[in-house]
Design a protein around this ligand. Structure first.
Ligand SMILES: *Cc1c(COP(=O)(O)O)cnc(C)c1O
Length: 392
């Protein structure tokens, strides 16, 4: 029986009813410019500052430490470039990041290299966890910034951020974490996490695309990325997107409220992993337990991930091979390669990212659909023919 199953929540999420309801008055009624001094401006300003306070409350930080941006990518760029340029003034021109970061971080670091910064990309182990000992060796009194993601978008591994922040600070470097995938999945307490900067994105937590935040700890000085008017305490120019800021705050509150309910999602994840890895020559990518509650990433030998996606799509299942960005480029995932997955196997991966909205029936449908498709694709593969011949 045909079903439509959306299992690509790591790429984007549908906008929730609550978020739409939160945003609607901002379009219809409170459309003023928050910088205007008149009544229409003041009401928009109130909504904006209220959104900032709500975000700060969830993260246990000060509202003055939260900046609204246009997306997660902008927040990542701002944190990394802003910190690097600032710290260069003190002779620090070295950046440490990991091999499994999102392209928003990796390509930003590569841009810094072209400007004369030196960047070290730390290895990860076979589960996709950053090698903390190697990182410790790399951080020095020349290091401006350590940038390590909180949770990986492809294989879902959660990183030891507190420990990494301590290492960064022991050498006087700043610590940034891209928490786009972690937010709403992990309790984040900025009072104890120890990072100087943290990014998040709206569309991964049921708010619209085109809104993000950057947390910058009080006292941490970074350069501006977007110069302009005096918005965001003169640190990020551009008339504020009041509706999306309000939507972001609501999405964050809702996602945080539902964190205890993630046990149900985790159980569905584990069922998917258990059942799908019964397929011969398949293997779970990433850590078995230390992974995002909704993340399943399984490698299949002797097939191409793209063909698998296409047939799943025809069966009504939206999935991914890894990140949406690398799917378009047909390159093997840099995350899987960094984890030591051989090139040919890195091409046959399937990422399912489920959510609170996923049902047991959806899970069963995925399980019963994947196996015959994998078999069908293998039967068309000359490599698979060799495997069968060797067995008889
Ligand atoms: C989606 C994502 C981003 C980019 O966020 P956008 O809002 O789409 O720019 C950055 N980092 C990670 C880990 C992501 O999953």
């Amino acid at each position: 029986m045909y079903r439509f199953v959306y299992a690509d929540n790591a790429a984007t999420t549908p906008i929730s009813r609550e978020v739409i309801e939160e945003m609607m008055p901002c379009f219809e009624l409170n459309w003023g410019n928050p910088s205007s001094l008149h009544a229409k401006g003041r009401e928009a300003k109130d909504i904006l500052e209220n959104a900032r306070e709500r975000v700060a409350k969830v993260f246990n930080c000060n509202p003055a430490e939260i900046y609204f941006t246009s997306c997660g990518t902008e927040s990542d760029n701002w944190a990394i470039k802003g910190a690097a340029y600032k710290m260069r003034e003190r002779g620090r021109t070295h950046v440490v990041t990991s091999k499994i970061e999102h392209h928003a971080v990796l390509h930003t670091c590569e841009a810094l290299e072209k400007e004369g910064f030196s960047v070290d990309y730390v290895d990860v182990d076979e589960d996709g966890v950053v090698c903390v000992d190697k990182l410790r060796e790399l951080v020095s009194d020349k290091t401006a910034l350590v940038a390590v993601m909180y949770a990986n978008n492809e294989v879902g591994t959660i990183q030891p951020i507190e420990e990494i922040a301590r290492i960064a600070h022991s050498k006087g470097a700043l610590m940034f974490t891209d928490a786009v995938q972690a937010v709403g999945n992990v309790e984040i307490d900025l009072g104890s996490l120890g990072v100087d900067m943290l990014s998040a994105s709206g569309h991964k937590i049921h708010a619209p695309k085109g809104v993000g935040i950057l947390y910058v700890r009080r006292g941490v000085n970074i350069k501006n990325l977007v110069d302009g008017g005096g918005q965001e305490r003169r640190r990020r120019g551009g008339t504020e997107n009041v509706a999306f800021a309000a939507g972001f705050a609501r999405a964050l509150e809702e996602a945080t409220k539902k964190i205890p309910e993630l046990d149900r999602v985790r159980a569905m994840r584990d069922k998917l992993i258990q059942e799908i890895t019964k397929i011969p020559y398949s293997k779970l990518n990433g850590h078995r337990t230390n992974r995002l509650p909704g993340n399943v990433n399984i490698g299949f030998e002797f097939i191409e991930g793209e063909s698998l996606l296409l047939l799943l799509d025809m069966a009504g299942i939206c999935a991914s091979t890894g990140s949406a960005c690398s799917s378009a480029s047909l390159e093997a995932s840099h995350v899987l390669l960094a984890m030591g997955v051989p090139h040919e196997k890195a091409h046959g991966s399937l990422r399912l990212s489920i959510s609170h909205e996923t049902s047991e029936e959806d899970v069963d449908y995925i399980i019963e659909t994947v196996a015959p498709i994998v078999e069908r694709l293998r039967n068309m593969s000359p490599l698979w023919e060799d495997v069968i011949k060797q067995q008889v």
